[in-house]
Design a binder for this molecule. Sequence first.
Ligand SMILES: *[C@@H]1O[C@H](CO)[C@@H](O)[C@H](O)[C@H]1NC(C)=O
Ligand SMILES: *[C@@H]1O[C@H](CO)[C@@H](O)[C@H](O)[C@H]1NC(C)=O
Ligand SMILES: *[C@@H]1O[C@H](CO)[C@@H](O)[C@H](O)[C@H]1NC(C)=O
Ligand SMILES: *[C@@H]1O[C@H](CO)[C@@H](O)[C@H](O)[C@H]1NC(C)=O
Length: 342
Amino acid sequence: MAVSSLWMLLAAAIMQLPLLVLTAPLAARQAPAGVPSYVIRYAPLVYLFSGDPYRPTNLTVHLQNTQPEINYTAVSGYPFPLTLSNLDQVPAGAFLTLTTDITTTPTYLLGSTPDSSGRISSAIPATIIVAPKANATVDVFYLYFYSYNWGGIVNILNRNFGNHVGDWEHTMVRFVDEVPTTAWYSQHASGQASTWAALQKSDQGRPYAYSANGSHATYATAGTHDHTIPDLDLDIDVLLTDDCDAGVLWDPTLSAYYYTYDVATNSFGTYDNATPTAYLNFGGKWGDQHYPDSDPRQENLLRLDLVYKYSDGPTGPKDQGLARVNVCPDSEEECEIRDKLT
Ligand SMILES: *[C@@H]1O[C@H](CO)[C@@H](O)[C@H](O)[C@H]1NC(C)=O
Ligand SMILES: *[C@@H]1O[C@H](CO)[C@@H](O)[C@H](O)[C@H]1NC(C)=O
Ligand SMILES: *[C@@H]1O[C@H](CO)[C@@H](O)[C@H](O)[C@H]1NC(C)=O
Ligand SMILES: *[C@@H]1O[C@H](CO)[C@@H](O)[C@H](O)[C@H]1NC(C)=O
């Protein structure tokens, strides 16, 4: 153990004391007063894949098991322990890097499984952001956090690629005059938009979001969804599949932090003073930097420098196109809103 690690442990021990005394447990957090009722009433219910070992993860637990690194070297002078209230002090170029070797599959990467009522009671893995737009439009972003993304199996090679530490996914519901009209389901670098009417819904009228095995891409229907590897322009068909089923039902509204987002100032507000915001302003990545080819854990698909066994962790909620004009993120070349799901 390096001297700096000893020092950090000591600092943590000192800092834990007042934290434990001052902070009441916030797990299993329901919406504070002031959150518009339609935000809860029409919130997606997430079906986690039955066989997916990587469940939604407590944001705080993720931070406790990572350290900021730039170029594979620990950044000095960052706050310790990292919390949701100080993460904005970490430089934007940093990668929140696991302090345990990924190949040992540390148990905290497995996250938390909801109970039979759909509640994750010991963790807060969801962030819900209410973003008012022009024309009586409100976009509500339901963001889901998982500590690990298992990338799937590349068909032609029958090998696993595209894993990364840290995984933010989202469903966005667009409301006009408090009525849900359309929705966006994030899938890898893109996603799918549809009308509200087209979505499968629970008896209470809440839409389902199926979280794919490992990648946690969100789909409006169960089944196997093929997707090609983005940016890979080969003559051969290089495919990955996303598998979805009605495995374990998760109601993210029961364990979430709630925010407002102001498009004009690109800033976040809360509904109470017990909700941390600093982490939303973190400009770095939520997982390890992709390991160099010299790292024995790494594999570089067909040596094309495009797809790796381990890729970079993702950026956080503020990079999910919160200010978008259409229901699709502004980065989409076109925005097809499906009125039928296939
Ligand atoms: C990371 O290392 C590379 C190669 O040594 C160097 O060019 C780059 O400037 C470094 N980046 C940072 C942010 O230090
Ligand atoms: C999850 O995070 C919350 C809020 O930070 C904390 O109160 C709770 O103890 C954490 N749960 C676990 C299992 O660590
Ligand atoms: C609001 O409506 C006006 C008029 O239909 C339109 O030009 C504008 O793009 C809309 N703004 C947004 C953010 O949807
Ligand atoms: C689901 O993901 C796990 C890896 O986390 C993998 O071993 C398993 O084969 C996958 N299941 C399906 C049906 O693809």
